[in-house]
Structure formats: structure tokens, C-alpha cells
Design a protein around this ligand. Sequence first.
Ligand code: HPA
Ligand code: ZN
Length: 327
Amino acid sequence: TSMSEFLARVPKIELHLHLEGSIRPETALALSVKNGVKLPPFQEVKDLYRYETLEEFLAIYTAVSDSVVSADDYRRITYEMLQSCAGSNARYVEFFFSPQVHFPNGISFDTQMDGITAGMADAERDFGIVSRAAPGVNRELGPAAGEELLDMILVRGDQKLIGIGLDFNEAPFPPEPYGPLFARAREAGLNVTAHAGETGPADFVRSSIDSLGVRRIDHGYHVVDDEDLMKRCRDEGILFTVCPSTSAVTSPWHDLSAPDHAIRRMKDFDLKVMINSDDPPMFFTDLGGEYEKAAGPLGFSPADIRTSILTAIEGSWLDEETKKDWT
Ligand code: HPA
Ligand code: ZN
């Protein structure tokens, strides 16, 4: 249909995407064989990506991450991730990666960054896709480990490292202890965002804004449980990077076509939401597929889709000049 064509063609921005969550099952298998790293047991390689909760997902995410070892492995997964984004007509991508998952395997931040920046450069050359990276601070590992990661980011001083995120399991890991780390990151000129309200309560959305100083929330679905907070987020123009396929697995809103689905309610309340793909192959989707879900079961009109893309440009960490050019 013409709607599908519009969705496929419209130039997109991706702001919520995890590098290790973008590893194709075939690539996970190839890397695990090459590096002699064991994956969890599976019958067919696509069956590796099965889970019903955030915890189960994160266990597989971590196991698959372990198969990435050399700088060239990083180059490959970065390139393949951006190739898939380009296939959905994404022109600009801000992606997370999880450096701390790889430290126990003896892989340094510099090795990771060498491969990632090579993959970014190759993808820009081959597909014209522009990208920037944001290490995700693993909230399960505590603020001290996060501060060490921030030191590495600042020492590296790479122009392509433009921000930090906060991810992994929410409960029982509230945002507040990460306040000083986020303040230091902001003072150093890094942009900040945080996962909140995916499995954690609305309060985690509020405290991410208040204690971490973020203007962007990744997921944020539980904001709908707190109407005052919804009003505040609308007034303050907080941007929510929502991910339909992930929401249907890890949040309580499993049915995307339900009238009370959190993403639909956020959009209907005029919160700033934009569509993203999170961990596409791990949820059997891609960015174009997430737009299909928005325009289909989630009830986004063509105008809503357009608004969400313009909102993404505004909420992105592009410089102001480029933002003007693109709108
Ligand atoms: N939530 C928390 N941590 C993550 C996710 C997510 O959706 N994807 C990758 N790491
Ligand atoms: Zn995420």
C-alpha cells in the first residue's frame, strides 16, 4: 500500500539502538565459533532470541555480547547494525554500546572503540549513514564502576562519543545514585539519557529527570501510571524514545493494538514520542518494522509519524545548524 511505501521511504532517525542488541543471529554464531565462546544451547540459531522478560533478554544479550572479542569483531557488528539501519532509510543514528559487559573478558575500552569507529566510518562511506555512539552505564554494576567508565570515555576524547546512557535492569537499581556521575558527564560536555519506566515505576522517570538531569527518557512507558508526571513531561518537552517490539515483551503492555497500550496513551497525551528499534534482530524487527507497528496496531496517523520524526531531529544530539538543515 502507499502507507507502507511512505513508511519505508521516509528518511528516519534512530536514537535508541544497542550495538550488542543488533548482532544478527548468524553473526553471533560465526563469532562464537571463531572465538571459541559458548552460546546458550539452541536448536536453530533464530531460537537463541527467545525470552519473556527483561531479565531473560538481558541474559541472552550478555551471552551474545561475550562472542565479540577483537576490534575487527566490533567493526563487523557496527557495520552490520548500520547497514540494517540504512536498509530502513535511517540517515542518522545515535547508538548505545555496553563496554562494561566486555571488561571481565579482558577487552579494553580502546579495543572496543577502535573497532566501533572503524565500522562507523565504513558504514558512512558505503551507505552515507551518519552515526554517533553513547556508552551505556550498566546500572546493575554500581556508580563506582560507572565513574571508571566515564574516566575512560573522557580520556579517549573521541568526537564520535557524544553522550552516555543508563541501562540494564531497573529494579532494584534506581537512578539517584548515578546523579554525581551524570553531573560530571554533563559538565564534561557529554549529552545524557537514561532508560526508565520500562520495567521500573513512573518514579524512576521522575528521578531520572530530577537527579540525572536528562531531557530524554528511553522507553518511559510507566509514565502513564502518573498523570501529574505526564503533564510535567508534556510541559517540559521531555522526549521519549519508544520501542514497540520491546514494549510488547518487557513491559506489561503486551498487546500493541490494545487501546490502553502505554505508547498509544503517551502519543494521545501529546508527549514527545519517537519510534526506535532498541535491539532489532533480538526482537525480530528493524526500524522500518517498528514504524509499521506504530502506523498499524499503535494507531499513529501519517501526521503522528511525521511529528515523531521531526521530534527526533529536535531531541537528537545533532548540532543546531544540522538540525535546522534537516527540518
Ligand atoms: N532495557 C534495558 N537494558 C537494555 C535494553 C533495554 O531495553 N536493551 C539493551 N539493554
Ligand atoms: Zn534500550
